[in-house]
Design a protein around this ligand. Sequence first.
Ligand SMILES: [Zn+2]
Ligand SMILES: [Zn+2]
Length: 495
Amino acid sequence: MQPGTYTVDVYISNMADQVLAEARQVILVDSSVEFTKISYEDGNVTLTAQAKYICGDPEYQFWYKDSEGWKCPGDFDYNTRNTVSFEATAGQTYEVVVYAKDQNAARHWKQAAVACGSIAALEDNPKEPTAFIPGEPLDQNEMRITFMGTSVVPRRGQQCNSVFVETGNGDSFIFDMGSGVSANYVAMGIPYSRMDKVFLTHLHGDHMSDLTTLYCFGPSLDRKTPLRLFGPSGDTADDGTMAFAEALKQLTKWHVESFCFTSTGLKNGKSGYDIEVKELPYMEVGGIAYNENGVKITHFPAVHDRDGSISYKLEWNGLSMVFSGDTKPNYFMTNQAKGVDVLVHEMVVPPEVWAAKNSGLKPGDPGWQQAINYTTAVQDSSHTTQKAFGYILSQTNPRLGVATHFQVNDDTVGPAMKDIRTWYQGPVTLAKDLLVINVSKDNIRQRYAEVSDYAWYPAPKLYPPDQLAPPKYPSPLDQLNNELLEQVIPASAYE
Ligand SMILES: [Zn+2]
Ligand SMILES: [Zn+2]
């Protein structure tokens, strides 16, 4: 089914084809709405939104929040206009929300799509309205940060954690590779040859699960060079990234062998299925993980659940980015991230929200105490609250603060922004998947990418055939025994 508006009918008839009862409902599939322009001029904020996959004329409803609370700048009800203005004071922060729905959809339709944003510092220049289209060249002086996954819970709209960083010198880096993010890398047109350096913050599944996909399928496509894996040490050797990489090789042995009917490496003797691990002492502050072609990546400890988690800082061309991984708020971070251009930091919903969403229970229900005990324990051992994230920003003052690892919902964004704003009034974004941030010395531009939900792998990097190592198995049938081959129905029987 393609995204769009569908009218569904159901009839009950008797044997004589007489309709006894019927019902009709309009449903919206994969609809969404985004702000396409937010500008401030002559004392007015103008909001423009665009709904997607709402067939027919979409109807919009806008809201903004000032010091007195939420207000509707247009008509209170839904309206087909997609632009509204309201009087605003320069320097004030307004949270803005837009809802969209199909005119034909019943008024009581509850799942109107929502987008939220916040204008941190109103200026007289409108924000860039256009979406990011994959394949856009990167300026040689810019850095680009793409959020491929932004959640703890694997969800359709938000995969688990991964950030892809590109530098204008042509290099690219992956920070964490949580479950589900491979689909977003494909949708963004990133070939495996550009996914050859992975920096893990820690070894939780929501940060490393899709490394299996990256490792398994890279060499049969266009990553013919070893996977370079960077990650923390543990308190013992079998707790660290080195042991993890060995285990990954064992886990994927059958897959790797099966794909060795094709060339998986170059003639220099190295295979795409080799893993070159650089294990980083997890207690080191400012230790160098990577230092090539002008890109320096250092690491420092994170405080998360168990010894052996780290955060990273990337510096290139006078630009910088810090990626926290999972962590409780800590002083390593406030020291290392001071004045960074972009601080990407984890944040979680309050334990009571997490417990309610996870369990469907409410305070007083049987099982509630158990649910809240669990989420409180997770938060206390491992994570950064909304207020703590605001505090970290107030101590580091990045040009842009980005919260990730956070479930973005209609009812989580507002309270989170409120908590953050108790400490910090500068530019803040709560990341959803496919947020693209271009960073240059004088501008930080944020856009969401428009991609296909049904993308194929992007065009691979091509190697001259004489550089490729010969496959281990000359024929794709070499790994099947005769008994299996004898049972294969010949093509002549059905073609
Ligand atoms: Zn974790
Ligand atoms: Zn996590």
